[in-house]
Design a protein around this ligand. Structure first.
Ligand SMILES: [Zn+2]
Ligand SMILES: [Zn+2]
Length: 168
């Protein structure tokens, strides 16, 4: 969704209201895929702070699904966040951390949402605070089953490695 800032910049209006529901499929973040399981609702206002600087302040709400940071099982989370970001600063881009690249006197709300989420979402989601994760040796999901890799075996492997380096 493209929002035209021309009238705002020409001082016809003090602010523009944004009240939208945007369909997004997914985004990539680090090695993880984040899927949107409902449209992103975004409500707020674009306002001119100085002649050539536009802020976007508001509230974003959606639900996402991604992989647990420990066991890789799907996790769904609702996302609610407030924001107040600079989206346009003609000729003064160095003075502000712009969250998107404006195109002429327009901004792309979809890109704004994706960049905002990239910035604000936690780095990892967990299926549960107590998630036991995957066995580092065989990859078994330790929440649902056990494996036969015990500490003794891991110690044996490290001992073998040590011997390997000693011979060199
Ligand atoms: Zn997990
Ligand atoms: Zn194992």
């Amino acid at each position: 969704m493209i929002k035209d800032l021309t009238d705002l910049l020409a001082k016809k209006y003090e602010q523009l209201t944004v009240d939208a529901s945007v369909d997004l499929v997914s985004m990539h973040r680090g090695g993880d895929e984040i899927k949107f399981i409902e449209p992103v609702s975004i409500n707020g206002r674009l306002y001119r702070l100085e002649d050539d600087v536009v802020f976007f302040s508001g509230y974003l709400k959606t639900s996402i699904e991604t992989a647990c940071g420990r066991c890789l099982e799907p996790v769904s989370e609702s996302v609610d966040l407030d924001f107040d970001e600079v989206v346009y600063a003609e000729g003064r881009e160095e003075d502000y951390d712009l969250i998107i690249e404006p195109e002429g006197e327009t901004i792309d709300i979809d890109s704004f949402i994706l960049n905002l989420l990239d910035l604000k979402l936690p780095l990892k989601f967990l299926c549960d605070e107590e998630c036991k994760g995957l066995c580092p040796v065989c990859g078994t999901n330790l929440n649902t089953s056990q494996c036969n890799c015990n500490d003794e075996k891991i110690d044996e492997r490290f001992a073998m490695l040590k011997d390997l380096f000693k011979d060199r």
